[in-house]
Design a protein around this ligand. Structure first.
Ligand SMILES: Nc1ncnc2c1ncn2[C@@H]1O[C@H](COP(=O)(O)OP(=O)(O)O)[C@@H](O)[C@H]1O
Ligand SMILES: [Mg+2]
Length: 378
């Protein structure tokens, strides 16, 4: 049992630089947790705290129920894989993979056997004598992984390990990683800013922003039920439409259309409606229950189009808000535009910019957020 527990962790460099504010997370054996967030949100800092490369300002880290605050990195039995791979250029692949075992004074024959085994698993068996400079990016990446696996650590930490690979290779290795770590049955903490990686690899995703966990859930839940406006806007490509709407009685106003609000204790003056581009349905022009608009832009993606629709009679409301959310005002810009993802079919392949269209937003696909604080309301 090597459950990893982070309890109220904080890392403060200066009073203004606090990349980790207050983070509590548990990762069980066999769980693959991804830390997902924009660049600079504190992902690598959190990983370095777990690895023991830096001490936390506050909070506890424990592995297998044992507090490891103050335990040196080498004694934590954690393996870390970096984006840069950090291979030793003067050592062969075999030496690079086996170096941590050598430091642990394991016999030469056992090292050879374990290195061989892991190398075979990662398709490196024929490259054991090469130097890193004679390897492709994908092969170097595998060596870095092999070096982590061969140690049989209690916890795996990976910091954007695929980001130096080109797109095709990244997809391949991503699929392999998933298989590889399933067999290990250890806690894995994987850092990425790439939501596809997070969604495909993880059993749980922690979306980080502003030094805090914004949401900690299985990937599908993050996608279908984002906990706040930040998560809603960060996860999903193309991005979720997020519209600031004025409320009147129990309805939100979008152009000349009124949308029923979810149950709320009081009706706020404004609200944010989130709707994913694939959840909006284009309908016939004679549909009187639909919202009217005009096509502003069509982006062709092959089997589908992204259609930007300017909503008739509506004004796009924007917020002006300071960081502490004290000052707050709402002002109107040009017409509201909504992006719709349309699978190309015989019915819609002739759509053109400038065409009048009608669309429906299914109520069960609506995400509602507080206009000031961003938390989910439904
Ligand atoms: N040693 C340091 N001193 C001061 N600030 C730092 C230090 N290390 C990282 N930071 C800051 O902490 C923030 C988070 O960095 P990092 O954890 O590397 O982000 P991420 O990995 O999510 O891109 C950044 O704003 C970075 O400038
Ligand atoms: Mg980083």
């Amino acid at each position: 049992m090597a459950k990893l527990q982070l309890n109220s962790l904080q890392k403060k460099y200066t009073p203004k630089a606090i990349p980790v504010k207050d983070i509590t997370i548990e990762v069980e054996d066999g769980e693959f947790l991804t830390l997902l967030g924009p660049s600079g949100c504190g992902k690598s800092t959190l990983l370095r705290l777990i690895a023991g490369l830096e001490p936390p300002t506050k909070g506890q880290i424990s592995i297998g129920g044992k507090n490891v605050n103050g335990v040196a990195p080498g004694d934590r039995n954690i393996a870390m894989v970096f984006q840069s791979y950090a291979l030793y250029p003067h050592m062969s692949v075999a030496e690079n993979i086996g170096t941590a075992l050598k430091l642990r004074k394991i016999s030469k024959s056992e090292i050879e056997a374990r290195v061989g085994q892991v190398a075979d698993k990662l398709g490196l068996g024929s490259l054991l004598d090469r130097k890193p400079s004679k390897l492709s990016g994908g092969q170097r990446q595998r060596v870095a992984l092999a070096r982590a696996l061969v140690r049989n650590p209690e916890v795996f930490l990976l910091d954007e390990p695929l980001s130096n690979l080109d797109a095709l290779l990244r997809e391949q290795v991503r699929a392999e990683l998933k298989q590889l770590f399933k067999q290990q049955n250890k806690p894995v903490v994987y850092v990425t800013h790439d939501q596809t990686e997070a969604m495909t690899l993880s059993s749980k995703v922690a979306v980080l922003y502003d030094g805090l966990v914004q949401q900690l859930d299985p990937p599908s839940r993050i996608y279908t039920h984002p906990a706040n406006e930040f998560v809603a806007g960060f996860v999903g490509s193309p991005q979720m439409n997020l519209l600031v709407l004025k409320c009147e009685e129990k309805q939100a106003i979008l152009g000349d259309f009124k949308i029923s609000l979810p149950k709320l204790p009081t009706v706020p003056p404004h609200i944010v409606l989130g709707i994913r581009p694939e959840d909006i349905r284009l309908v016939e022009l004679d549909n009187s229950d639909a919202i009217s608009g005009q096509i502003y832009l069509i982006e062709e993606l092959g089997k589908e189009n992204l259609v930007s629709i300017q909503v008739e009679g509506s004004q796009l409301l924007q917020r002006k808000q300071d960081k502490k959310r004290e000052k707050f005002e709402i002002f109107a810009l040009e017409n509201t535009k909504i992006v719709v993802r349309v699978l190309i079919s015989d019915d819609n392949k002739s759509l053109q910019e400038g065409d009048a269209v009608k669309f429906i937003i299914p109520p069960e696909k609506m995400h509602w957020f507080d206009v000031k604080e961003g938390y989910r309301l439904n």
